[in-house]
Design a protein. Structure first.
Length: 256
């Protein structure tokens, strides 16, 4: 299995950068642009700009937290986006009770009302099962290739057609390594992620891709584990040029 290869950015990058990155990603033959929805920034707004700059690129959110973005809000905000290219990634956000039921209900509502595909961001086994049962797929994150392959196989055992995507934080420029390490340490310190790393007996530092000679092999290993690999672009300062170089470097690595 060789997974589709996509790029991920943060909504904080803004619509203008999103449009430039989307156009470059489409030209490079990448599958999708995934945009993290963060407080104060709207992933769907960024995807709107990306949609206007592209014709074929899949447009995805990774993820919209249902504790602050209701199905009604998501339906309204995504109304202008091409449903045939749209993937709505949703997650529980900061919900501490009823998270699985809330995500299941939101996934069902969004599939019925938008015509878009819906995937569920999931860490633990209960949420992964719910996503496989109630949506079109899963968005996994912070996993080694081996663990990702195991979780993908379990999801397909529940629903064979489940699409499993995986976010992999990736730096291709040595100048971005410090930012990658800060991002890794930050997530390793979040209680939910820390518990997940402990449960899986993996180190957060082993779930990322660093620049250098390992880049092609690491990308290949991840592409053998799931259906879609989302290289979450980690750059030194977040400029357009850095993101465009990221795409060029990835394309060169994949080409051989």
């Amino acid at each position: 299995m060789t997974a589709a290869l996509s790029i991920g950015i943060a909504a904080a990058a803004g619509p203008e950068l999103g449009a430039r990155v989307a156009a470059a990603a489409e030209a490079a033959g990448l599958h999708a642009l995934w945009v993290n929805d963060t407080p104060g920034h709207d992933a769907l707004e960024v995807l709107g700009a990306a949609a206007r700059a592209t014709e074929r690129l899949v447009l995805a959110t990774g993820v919209l937290p249902i504790d602050r973005r209701t199905p009604d809000d998501i339906v309204s905000a995504s109304a202008g986006l091409p449903a045939d290219r749209l993937v709505l990634g949703i997650g529980s956000g900061q919900l501490r009770t009823g998270a699985v039921g809330g995500v299941t209900d939101a996934a069902t509502a969004l599939r019925d009302r938008t015509g878009a595909r819906v995937v569920v961001g999931a860490l633990g086994p209960r949420m992964r099962r719910a996503g496989a049962e109630a949506s079109d797929g899963l968005l996994l994150s912070w996993l080694t290739p081996g663990v990702a392959a195991e979780q993908a196989a379990r999801a397909r055992g529940i629903t064979p057609e489940t699409h499993v995507a995986l976010y992999v934080r990736t730096a291709v420029d040595p100048a971005a390594v410090a930012v990658l390490e800060q991002e890794t340490a930050r997530y390793a310190g979040y209680p939910a992620y820390a518990a997940n790393f402990a449960r899986l007996d993996i180190d957060a530092a082993d779930t990322v891709i660093r620049p250098g000679g390992e880049l092609p092999d690491r990308i290949a290993a991840y592409r053998d584990s799931v259906d879609e690999v989302v290289l979450r672009a980690i750059t030194a300062s977040g400029t357009v040029d850095e993101h465009l170089r990221f795409i060029d470097t990835v394309a060169e690595a994949v080409a051989g």
